[in-house]
Ligand binder design. Structure first.
Ligand code: TPP
Ligand code: MG
Length: 662
């Protein structure tokens, strides 16, 4: 569609008007960024972006990521103006109010046209790297007829300043993700004031040094924007376009200053802006001819989508492509068969090794699994034999060497999961989950099926010492809503937990795995882990104690139980590989596992923070007992550490006897 500057300018002003009026109505929000980037975004949508408002989830659409999520009114305006069903003008009127899909920051689960949630600065761009990776992986697998799209990002100074930006662009440059295009809102303003207050780096030089192309434009000159975006589109490198803009452009007295970043313009300035822009319509009204231009450019997207659908209909692998994009797992019969064989075995292995062994079963059967590690492949045991490296030379590979970039990896995995068609998993040490914690939280918030393989999950890792020994990590991850935290006890639970992680399409998972060997405790394959907790060993004599343990401490709990039973004290061992799944069970099941019987002493055993375990123990006999570690570990062999910190039968049994006789 040929829209000349005289047509584009009022279209961009429609974004400005909606943004300033919505922020004013909400009495909170960020008008500066959408007003400043209105011209660039209009050119992007009018001339470059491949999208169809009638089919927001069309698989081969370009992905548009608003990394500067505070500028949410920009994307809400664009989606509404181009004709997406959501958001409606009423939603925009109710910007930031309860019930409106126009939340303060754009949320992927509220509006189909929002590809990922934006707000935590830097992560949108880093997720876009993952989207571009997924695009290349699927392109290499299914061919350019089915998969060939760009990932366009709008990012602000903040997104580029965040540390994660270094990780994200380094990865993108190394992987030569030429279909990733970042439009930088180069307005030289952040909340506190001029960017010179806090940064002096040569951003284009940094990007170029990372293997990117960099172009520049005047972000308020339509012809110049178009020229720069065309150069970006033509580049075969990941590309940054520095768009020189004026924050709050259109508000004559406030534009260019930091006050316009995150506060309503106020009635007087809005009136002045209307005058300055020549905008005579009432709030939330768009003149018919301007709306017609927006809608006709939105409607133009139907052609590319229809052509693609015809290609898909003729493609021999259409069914497989559709299955992967729908996020449905393939038939898992071979997986079930192997699990049945494993149950018959007697494997003493670390759960990280059990995970690797299981990955060698899963990965050949589930071709959409794309693994990786943040430079700990040999420690996380994340690479299946069938997986070739995913590199710039071979995008069909299914194993990503993320480098020492935990946060970048986690965000990229979120982008891959949200792109669809691949199921990402990646490893690091559990201790370094802190480095990527906000991305793990974002997996959960965005309902992304991202799977974290976090090994070396306790003092059981031994000699590397307290810097590497998680203490609070497992429990603190359980605090994140919509995140399944699995801590399997043996080879069978490890396989089950992997399966549960894969099956949870709208929930990310953490697999907390040991470095040290653990015996096989389970001799049945009934998918007991699916209930979150179950009785692994039943009391044989009169039950007085229930031992609740996870992961490596389940073996210890079994030994404690045996000693108690020898003394005539009956004890159940409850293995609880996933607190979240246990909490999701009905009351009857929970009661069956943990009966409300004040004569029974409940004891939790986990080599980590005890805080949180009271929920299962406090209401039991004499207030219950929590065996754990509420201090940093130490550097020594694992066996010595478990002894030193009281994770032995000799240390635990007397405590239980004391409690029983109290
Ligand atoms: C990780 C993170 N830290 C801090 C914030 C709070 N915050 C929101 S916008 C912003 C300033 C961003 O500046 P810039 O990207 O230049 O946006 P502009 O002011 O130009 O719109 C800050 C600090 C955030 N959203 N995310
Ligand atoms: Mg800025």
């Amino acid at each position: 569609m040929t829209l000349t500057s005289d047509r584009l300018a009022p279209m961009a002003n429609a974004i400005r008007a909606l943004s300033m009026d919505a922020v004013q109505a909400a009495n909170s929000g960020h008008p500066g960024m959408p007003m400043g980037m209105a011209d660039v975004a209009t050119v992007l949508f009018a001339k470059f972006l491949k999208f169809d408002p009638a089919a927001p989830k069309w698989a081969d659409r370009d992905r548009f990521v608003l990394s500067a999520g505070h500028g949410s009114m920009l994307i809400y305006s664009l989606l509404h103006l181009t004709g997406y069903e959501s958001p409606t003008m009423d939603d925009i009127r109710n910007f930031r109010q309860l019930g409106s899909v126009c939340a303060g920051h754009p949320e992927n689960f509220l509006i189909p046209g929002v590809e990922c949630t934006g707000g935590p600065l830097g992560q949108g761009l880093a997720m876009a790297v993952g989207m571009a990776m997924a695009e290349r992986q699927l392109n290499a697998t299914f061919g350019g007829d089915l998969v060939d799209h760009n990932t366009w990002v709008i990012a602000g100074d903040g997104c580029l300043m965040e540390g994660i930006n270094h990780e994200a662009i380094g990865l993108a440059g190394t992987l030569k993700l030429g279909k990733l295009k970042v439009l930088w809102d180069d307005n030289k303003i952040t909340i506190d004031g001029d960017t010179s207050l806090s940064t002096s780096e040569d951003i284009p030089a940094r990007y170029r040094a990372s293997g990117w192309d960099v172009f520049e434009c005047d972000g308020h000159d339509f012809a110049d924007i178009e020229r720069a975006l065309a150069e970006a589109a033509a580049s075969d490198k990941p590309t940054l376009v520095a768009c020189r803009t004026v924050i709050g452009k259109g508000a004559p007295n406030k534009q260019g200053g930091h006050d316009v970043h995150g506060a309503p313009l106020g009635a007087a300035e809005i009136e002045a802006a209307r005058e300055y822009l020549g905008w005579t319509s009432a709030p939330f009204e768009i003149p018919a001819e301007i709306m017609a231009d927006w809608r006709s450019l939105g409607a133009a997207g139907a052609k590319a989508r229809a052509e693609w659908e015809a290609r898909l209909a003729a493609a021999p692998d259409a069914a497989e492509f559709n299955r992967r994009m729908a996020g449905e797992l393939p038939d898992v019969e071979p997986i079930r068969k192997t699990l049945a064989e494993w149950v018959e075995g007697d494997a003493t292995v670390a759960t990280r090794k059990a995970s690797e062994n299981w990955l060698n079963v899963l990965a050949p059967a589930i071709p959409e699994m794309v693994g990786g590690s943040a430079d700990l492949t040999g420690s996380n045991n994340t690479k299946a034999k069938c997986q070739a490296p995913f590199t710039a030379e071979d995008y069909a590979g299914r194993y990503v060497y993320y480098g020492i970039r935990e946060f970048g990896m986690a965000a990229a995995m979120n982008g891959m999961a949200l792109h669809g068609g691949v199921i990402p998993y990646g490893g690091t040490f559990l201790i370094f989950s802190d480095y990527c914690r906000n991305a793990i939280r974002m997996s959960a918030l965005q309902r992304a099926r991202t799977i974290y393989v976090l090994t070396h999950d306790s003092i059981g890792l031994g000699e590397d010492g307290p810097t590497h020994q998680p203490v609070e990590h497992v429990m603190s991850m359980r605090l994140i809503p919509n995140l399944n935290v699995f801590r399997p006890a043996d080879v069978i639970e490890t396989a089950e937990c992997w399966n549960l992680a894969l099956e949870a399409a709208g929930t990310p998972s953490v697999l907390a795995l040991t470095r040290q060997n653990l015996p096989q405790l389970r001799k049945s394959g009934d998918m007991l882990s699916a209930r979150g907790a179950y009785v692994l060993r039943h009391a044989e004599v009169d039950r007085k104690v229930i031992l609740i343990a996870t992961g490596s401490e389940v073996e210890l709990a079994c030994k404690v139980r045996d000693t108690l039973e020898e003394q005539g004290i009956g004890a159940d061992v409850v293995s609880m590989p996933c607190v979240e799944l246990f909490e999701a069970q009905d009351e009857a099941y929970k009661h069956e596992i943990l009966p409300h019987d004040p004569s029974i002493l409940r004891v939790s055993i986990e080599a980590g923070t005890t805080m949180g375990w009271e929920r299962y123990t406090a209401a039991s006999r004499n207030g219950g007992l929590n065996i754990g570690l509420d201090r940093f570990g130490a550097s020594a062999p694992a066996k010595d550490l478990f002894a030193r910190f009281g994770f032995t039968v000799e240390a635990i049994v007397p405590k239980i006897l004391d409690k029983l006789s109290a």
